[in-house]
Design a binder for this molecule. Structure first.
Ligand SMILES: [Zn+2]
Length: 101
């Protein structure tokens, strides 16, 4: 299934969004176009969990920080890519179930 391949790219997308860095991919290229608007909201939800923005960028998962944008991105990818992968997978599963109905 194509999703498995895209999951790592989606994790990167989420980490970049959380760190407020520019994107390398379009969401439209990563998931089925029909779920993009809903998935975009899911990503915002995940981002609000994994980053805390107060006097700098803090990791919402382990409370480390403050980070620079690049520093937070690297931290998320190196330390929390599995956590993010689970969250993304969960949201995708929910969305795809909704779409099927
Ligand atoms: Zn952390």
């Amino acid at each position: 299934m194509r999703q498995g391949i895209a999951l790592k790219k989606i994790v990167e997308y989420v980490a970049r969004k959380a760190s407020m860095l520019g994107q390398k991919y379009n969401l439209e290229d990563l998931v089925t176009p029909s779920i993009v608007p809903m998935f975009d909201k899911s990503i915002d939800k995940i981002v609000s969990i994994i980053v805390r923005n107060s006097n700098g960028l803090w990791c919402g998962l382990c409370e480390k920080g403050p980070f620079t944008k690049r520093g937070l991105y690297l931290h998320l990818i190196r330390v929390h890519s599995k956590d993010i992968e689970y969250m993304v997978h969960d949201e995708l599963k929910k969305l795809l179930e909704v779409v099927k109905k």
